[in-house]
Ligand binder design. Structure first.
Ligand SMILES: NC(=O)c1ccc[n+]([C@@H]2O[C@H](COP(=O)([O-])OP(=O)(O)OC[C@H]3O[C@@H](n4cnc5c(N)ncnc54)[C@H](O)[C@@H]3O)[C@@H](O)[C@H]2O)c1
Ligand SMILES: C[N+](C)(C)CCCC=O
Length: 484
């Protein structure tokens, strides 16, 4: 399978190239080898993409929801048919194990296209009766040209989670993938064209933050949806506000996962594994602050370390591998610095912590015990396979500590006392909470954060409100009275 893309960008229904743009190497995280190259979009490419999206939008919005939905659902079918090929590409782009990408990436993208394709025909307004037979009705209209900007951990999923609701509502999109993972969004663009999306409906341009900023600042853009870190979110939100644009911000987290004494031990350990080591820990919603009640603490730590010793690190294309490399040397270095900081500040390294010898960006799953709330590893998003274990005594205490963060993406609780479970999640300051499970994100359910972790929601019917506007129309049936 060739991984090198046909060209860097996808504009107006076909691939486009401008070699004048700065070259960006595509590096396979498992070997460190360069497997392709794209060029950052020049101002001319950005202009072509925005002009194409602008041109295509009225015609796309004028199609019925049924017609748009049919195209999105066809794209979902094509993605499912090519799941293996797309999953391999996702693995080359990110390094995530094929075992994982086969079930979590293109499939999640297909779910989004199928779900919003199904909703597209039902996007309707309201009829509101008024005195004397007058009435008001509302219609739901597209915003116009939307910009999507992606992070590197879920390149296919992020492209689809943004494109599907945007396109279902009659918007067009210019999407900029992360510079670290430029491959997968191009395939989604190609597939949407194959499914019947007119030229310009979904465009992809490559580049770093400057290209993202050029898109966000363009006056033709009505909405910006970013998946990325909080610092980038602050910049993008501010730039969008200057243009009074709509935003969706899917940002970082430092989520609490609370394990009470009465939890089923192996389920709680499974939750901690899913919430810390899936995608080598590079997941926004990860429950990286694992608060364990004192009575179960030793058993939890022992069982966690025992189960981590069975993780299979290695070639991500081998379907037996369940723990892959970090996405890049740069991200690995960031995480190694956090590990060093954890040791320096007095946390006890209970498992892992070392880079694997050989090529690629492999880092062992890492567990710190004896972590306190003030330590850097308990406060900052690490975005790597590092779990911090903190101890607690009682419910009231742990809720206060869990909420003592600027982030608010997710939170979880493991307990067999379901009354307590509901009581605790009701008080967690988080957009998505889990009871006796962790890190699920089906397309039918809203996903997003509160506090610094984000604005708006992706997925579910909630996303429709973030990609459309309501127009109110007042109709008089009995003439018009005026004071003079
Ligand atoms: N909440 C979620 O759903 C979610 C999902 C995945 C990742 N994330 C977060 O993403 C982060 C990791 O991804 P990352 O390192 O790619 O994030 P990042 O913030 O460095 O970059 C995200 C994207 O923004 C672009 N960008 C950077 N500066 C910009 C600017 N000034 N204007 C416009 N665009 C700009 C980048 O090129 C990239 O495409 C983590 O914080 C993680 O928690 C959040
Ligand atoms: C589907 N997951 C695993 C919750 C990932 C959502 C996107 C965050 O990084």
């Amino acid at each position: 399978m060739t991984t090198a893309p046909t060209a860097s960008h996808y504009i107006d229904g076909s691939y486009a190239e401008d070699a004048a743009g700065t070259a960006i190497d595509i590096i396979y995280p498992a070997t460190g080898e360069i497997i392709g190259r794209v060029h950052s979009a020049t101002p001319e490419m950005v202009e072509r993409a925005l002009a194409s999206a602008r041109r295509a939008q009225p015609e796309w919005a004028a199609m019925t929801g049924m017609e748009r939905g049919r195209i999105l659902r066809r794209a979902a079918d094509i993605i499912r048919d090519r799941n293996r090929e797309l999953s391999i590409l996702e693995t080359y782009d990110t390094g995530k194990p094929l075992q994982e990408t086969l079930v979590a990436d293109a499939t999640s993208g297909a779910d989004a296209l199928e779900y919003f394709g199904g909703l597209a025909a039902s996007l309707a307004g309201e009829y509101i009766p008024q005195p004397g037979g007058d009435f008001v009705y509302t219609i739901r209209q597209a915003l116009g040209v939307c910009v999507g900007i992606g992070a590197w951990n879920y390149p296919t999923q992020i492209a689809c989670w943004k494109a599907a609701p945007a396109l279902a509502c009659g918007n067009t999109m210019v999407f900029k993938p992360s510079e670290t993972t430029p491959l997968c969004a191009l395939k989604i663009a190609e597939i949407l064209t194959e499914a019947g999306a007119p030229p310009g409906v979904f465009n992809v341009v490559q580049g770093l933050g400057d290209v993202g900023a050029a898109l966000v600042n363009d006056p033709r853009v009505a909405k910006v949806s970013l998946t990325g870190s909080v610092p980038t979110g602050r910049k993008v939100y501010a730039a969008a506000a200057a243009g009074m644009k709509h935003v969706t911000m899917e940002l970082g987290g430092k989520s609490p996962l609370i394990v009470f004494d009465d939890a089923t031990l192996d389920d709680a350990v499974s939750g901690a594994i899913l919430g810390n080591f899936y995608s080598s820990g590079q997941v926004c919603s990860n429950g990286t602050r694992v608060f364990v009640q004192k009575g179960i603490r030793d058993a939890f730590l022992a069982r966690l370390c025992e189960r981590l010793s069975t993780a299979k690190l290695g070639d991500p294309l081998d379907e037996a591998t369940n723990f892959g490399p970090m996405v890049s040397e740069a991200q690995l270095s960031i995480v190694k610095r956090y590990i060093a900081k954890g040791i320096e500040e007095g946390a006890s390294l209970a498992y892992g912590g070392k880079r694997q010898p050989g090529p690629g960006f492999f880092l062992e799953p890492t567990v710190f015990a004896g972590v306190t709330d003030e330590m850097t590893i308990a406060r900052e998003e690490i975005f790597g396979p590092v779990l911090s274990l903190l101890e607690f005594d009682d419910e009231e205490e742990v809720i206060g500590r869990a909420n003592a963060t600027e982030f608010g993406l997710a939170g979880g609780v493991f307990t067999n006392d379901l009354t307590r479970a509901h009581r605790v999640v009701a008080r967690l300051e988080a957009g998505t909470c889990y009871i006796n499970t962790y890190n699920l994100a089906p397309v039918e359910a809203p996903f997003g954060g509160v506090k610094a972790s984000g604005v708006g929601r992706e997925n579910s019917k909630e996303a429709i409100a973030h990609y459309s506007e309501v127009k109110t129309i007042h109709v008089a049936m009995n003439g018009v009275e005026a004071p003079f």
